[in-house]
Design a protein around this ligand. Structure first.
Ligand code: HEC
Length: 111
């Protein structure tokens, strides 16, 4: 019996320290999250539902982004003002964010 109590006690200790360790890891991860604007993050949140991860999903007639011949400036305009089924993002995203996501679309399917 003595043996089991000892075993039980060490299991509890291991569990408690394992949980504590996880908590630390989580808070460290959120501390080191990138602060800069990420075109990839914006794309994931606002664009992927129509254009897909690789830019080729084409929902509602969205053109495949990897085949697009639009320049960066044209993309910024297109994203700001919208076109067809695509809404204007001017009021939704800051200029910086529109530029970041436009830059990201230039790299889609190119790697
Ligand atoms: C509601 C669906 C939808 C969402 C969300 C959406 N788009 Fe579009 N997108 C479209 C459609 C439809 C077109 C084609 C418009 C047309 O030419 O009539 C398009 C066209 C484009 C084009 C031009 C491709 C070309 O060569 O003509 C780019 C670049 C683009 N989208 C980027 C984005 C970005 C960046 C986002 C996120 C900020 C986004 N889209 C969000 C539907 C969407």
């Amino acid at each position: 019996m003595q043996k089991y109590i000892g075993l039980l006690f060490s299991i509890v200790v291991i569990l408690v320290s394992a949980c504590g360790g996880n908590e630390n890891a989580n808070s460290r991860a959120s501390d080191s999250e990138p602060k800069e604007i990420s075109g990839y993050q914006i794309y994931k949140t606002h664009c992927r539902q129509c254009h897909g991860v690789d830019g080729r999903m084409g929902l509602n007639g969205a053109k495949p982004i990897p085949d697009s011949e639009l320049s960066l400036e044209e993309r910024i305009l297109h994203i700001s003002n919208g076109k067809g089924a695509m809404q204007p993002y001017k009021g939704l995203l800051s200029e910086e964010k529109i530029k970041a996501v436009a830059e990201y679309t230039m790299t889609l399917g190119k790697e």
